[in-house]
Design a protein around this ligand. Structure first.
Ligand code: GLU
Length: 449
């Protein structure tokens, strides 16, 4: 491997050995960049890669909140403003008990490349808290969000840093966060957050966008492979907003999602999560705060596999859409043994590097990376920002058309970037390279800092 790339990867692994997810993403992305870095020896002189793996700014803050019994709790809040070279920092907020600096940095790093790939003017950021929303009442969630924003509001803004939702943060939380921001600032700056409710500046199609975008990307893959999406079976993981969007778009195009998963196990519904009743139930299940996918099996009388993951189910397409490191080598081997041809990552970094390498080595398998596949969510957030700054509202059709075009372009740019660099049809390396080139170019033009 190129010596500059390997020295940066090794440096990160030594310095941040206690941040495994961050080391993992740095290794995965940087090792794809060999042909580009070889062509640009000037990058080493200004330590471009060394600067890219260090967040521009990252901070923690104290979040104190009162539960319904009058007891007070203290959590850690985070915001990682990873790279602002091509636009204001942009990326979601995650509320989950395992949130830590490694998870924040891995997500912020991935976001930088993903946002660049959209072609829109958004830098990379991420935030969150180790707060666990499971089983918390609506008032508790509101108080937590208000306290979180009291600490964060000074450091964000429509041209500075624009947070959005992620795991544990949906429309309800964004509403409470926005309300508190407005109260503190005394201004209606709705461009400060995306994923807002439609009544106060949200964009139509934003809730569906990540799932729809993933299916639009999948359609590109299938088309280039001479296949039709109609009649295909899909294994999904998770049962949140992203999976919901995939289910809806898949049904519309004649495909079906047959698995869902949660922390308690997975469900197998051979008839597919197809009817409006089933799809709506996902929303209710998520809103209940119980975080149990077994509720779906109980309601619709389908198989529930306690404590297991859905990756052993025979399907045409796997779309891991739950969370990071869901698919290890063991699961990857099951997927390959089932002759699955399309492995389309959806959640951020759902595959360990070892499993990803294994899957990419399978001669008959096509692997697509999450930073391209799930980019429709943040891309539609950028469309929400445009509407906010124009003080306009676009129709659902306008937003959906733009999303569709953006996904087609992301796919095409990834394919082209790999081809240009003699890597063949490699969607993983292509996405990394295409995302990297734009940020690298902007950083080179802006001077060294
Ligand atoms: N959390 C989502 C992501 O990972 C959305 C971010 C956004 O809309 O800013 O891309």
């Amino acid at each position: 491997m190129n010596t500059y790339i390997s020295s940066v990867i090794n440096g990160v692994k030594q310095k941040y050995a206690h941040q495994p997810e961050f080391c993992q993403t740095v290794e995965e992305v940087l090792s794809s960049l060999e042909p580009v870095v070889e062509r640009h020896p000037e990058y080493e002189k200004v330590d471009l890669l060394g600067r890219m793996v260090e967040p521009e700014r990252m901070f923690t803050f104290r979040v104190v909140w009162e539960d319904d019994n009058g007891n007070w709790h203290t959590n850690t809040g985070y915001r990682c403003q990873f790279n602002g070279a091509i636009g204001p920092y942009k990326g979601g907020i995650r509320f989950q008990k395992n949130v830590n600096p490694s998870i924040m940095k891995f997500l912020g790093f991935e976001q930088t490349f993903k946002n660049s790939l959209t072609g829109l003017p958004i830098g990379g950021g991420k935030g969150g808290s180790d707060f666990d929303p499971t089983g918390r009442s609506d008032s508790e969630i509101m108080r937590f969000c208000q306290s979180f924003m009291q600490a964060l509001y000074r450091y964000i803004g429509p041209d500075t840093d624009v947070p959005a939702g992620d795991m544990g943060v949906g429309g309800r939380e964004i509403g409470y966060l926005f309300g508190e921001y407005r109260r503190l600032k005394g201004k209606f700056e709705n461009g400060v957050l995306t994923g807002k409710g439609f009544s106060y500046g949200g964009s139509l199609i934003r809730p569906e966008a990540t799932g729809y975008g993933a299916v639009y990307y999948l359609e590109n893959v299938l088309k280039d492979d001479g296949q039709d999406i109609k009649g295909k079976t899909i294994a999904c993981a998770g049962f949140g907003n992203v999976t919901w969007g995939i289910c809806r778009k898949a049904v519309e195009l004649g495909a079906k999602v047959v698995t869902l998963s949660g922390p308690d196990g997975y469900v197998y519904d051979p008839a597919g999560v197809c009817t409006p009743e089933k799809i709506d139930f996902l929303v209710a299940m998520r809103a209940s705060g119980r975080n149990k996918v077994k509720d779906y099996a109980d309601k619709f009388g389908v198989e529930f596999h306690e404590g297991e993951k859905p990756w052993g189910v025979k399907v045409d397409i796997c779309m891991p859409s739950a969370m990071q490191n869901d698919v290890h080598l063991e699961e990857a081997k099951k997927i390959a043994a089932n002759n699955v041809r399309y492995y389309i990552e959806v959640a951020n970094m759902p595959t360990t590097n070892e499993a990803l390498r294994f899957l990419m080595e399978q001669p008959d398998m096509i692997v697509a990376p999450s930073k391209a596949v799930n980019a429709g969510g943040v891309a539609t957030s950028a469309l929400e920002m445009s509407q906010n700054s124009e003080r306009l509202v676009w129709t659902a059709e306008e937003v959906d058309n733009q999303l569709h075009n953006i996904m087609n372009t992301i796919y095409k740019n990834s394919v082209d970037a790999a081809m240009r660099n003699d890597l063949g049809y490699n969607l993983v390396a292509g996405a990394n390279i295409a995302g990297f080139e734009r940020v690298a170019d902007a950083m080179m033009q802006q001077g060294v800092f």
